[in-house]
Design a protein around this ligand. Structure first.
Ligand code: SF4
Ligand code: SF4
Ligand code: SF4
Length: 282
């Protein structure tokens, strides 16, 4: 329960700071949120901040996808939506074997498109693949809508702090954010473990993390609650294995286990071995 509360508290606090940072306001918290933006991987890459990238690599190599657990606004929202789906729609998850080849192919497509953007001097367009940038632009669209409703007219003739091109990007970002959130309501973190290029990048070192979620064979009673509540569909109860490349460290499983049979543990075996059977498994 400690880790569940800790993760929820930290992720909500960071989401609040990132949202404040995206709003056109001043203040200490918003300023702190804007400084946090420098810790985002894409921002760090665009500004050549090698230290930040190395820190994220180190954290992921040691603990897995911490970024996807607490630092990605889109991930935090998806986790919340998956929780709503579980609670109010009764959605339940089963283990789904990761299709790494598909993830790599999608990542390669994004990389090729990104190379085209960079070649034509449009590095800022890389933000279209970055969940943090998408989220901040989506907040911008919501601010625009709020101003329209509040003032009952277009804010400063689509000028001032908004321009036509910026608005199109903002509303497209809002549409993507809403679509991903609705998907999470029914399908959990499928976007995170299939499409998201940053998620695939983090999952590559993350699968070798020595500190990871593990099931204690002797104590597990096969109730499958952990698997049913895992939005990332990465708990394989029968094999007592977690696909650590897919685990987004939401720690729901720790809270749900009636026997405390699942928790953080040390494993120096690298990635869990491939299962013999393919497809969806109980
Ligand atoms: S996989 Fe992508 S969208 Fe999901 S939490 Fe990680 S970075 Fe965010
Ligand atoms: S294995 Fe546990 S911590 Fe990892 S994604 Fe599933 S429920 Fe969350
Ligand atoms: S919730 Fe706990 S006891 Fe039940 S299957 Fe998962 S690890 Fe085993």
């Amino acid at each position: 329960m400690f880790w569940y509360r800790f993760r929820n508290f930290v992720s909500c606090a960071l989401l609040l700071l990132m949202t404040l940072a995206a709003l056109p306001i001043g203040g200490t918290l918003a300023g702190f949120g804007r400084r946090l933006a420098g810790c985002q991987p894409l921002e760090a890459a665009l500004h050549g901040s090698l230290i930040v990238l190395l820190v994220w690599l180190g954290i992921t190599l040691l603990l897995g996808r911490v970024y996807c657990s607490i630092f990605c606004p889109l991930g935090i929202i998806q986790e919340f939506m998956a929780h709503l789906g579980r609670k109010h729609l009764g959605t339940s998850r089963r283990h789904t074997r990761e299709c790494l080849a598909l993830r790599i192919e999608i990542l390669a497509c994004f990389a090729a498109l990104g190379a085209v953007f960079v070649f034509f001097g449009r590095k800022e367009w890389l933000g279209a693949f970055d969940p943090y940038t998408l989220y901040t632009k989506a907040v911008g669209a919501v601010v625009f809508l709020a101003k329209m409703v509040f003032h009952r007219q277009l804010p400063s003739g689509v000028a001032g702090d908004f321009c036509a091109a910026g608005l199109i990007v903002a509303f497209l970002s809002l549409a993507v954010t809403v679509a991903v959130s609705i998907l999470a309501l029914f399908k959990g973190r499928i976007f995170c473990n299939t499409v998201c290029p940053l998620g695939t990048i983090f999952s590559l070192p993350g699968r070798f993390a020595p500190v990871r979620i593990r099931i204690k064979r002797a104590e597990c009673v096969n109730c499958r609650r952990c698997a049913a509540h895992c939005a990332a569909s990465c708990v394989h109860v029968r094999e007592k294995k977690i696909e650590s490349g897919c685990c987004t460290l939401c720690v729901n499983c720790l809270k749900d286990c009636p026997k405390n049979a699942i928790g953080f543990g040390l494993s120096l075996r690298g990635a869990e071995p491939e299962e013999k059977q393919s497809g969806e498994q109980k």
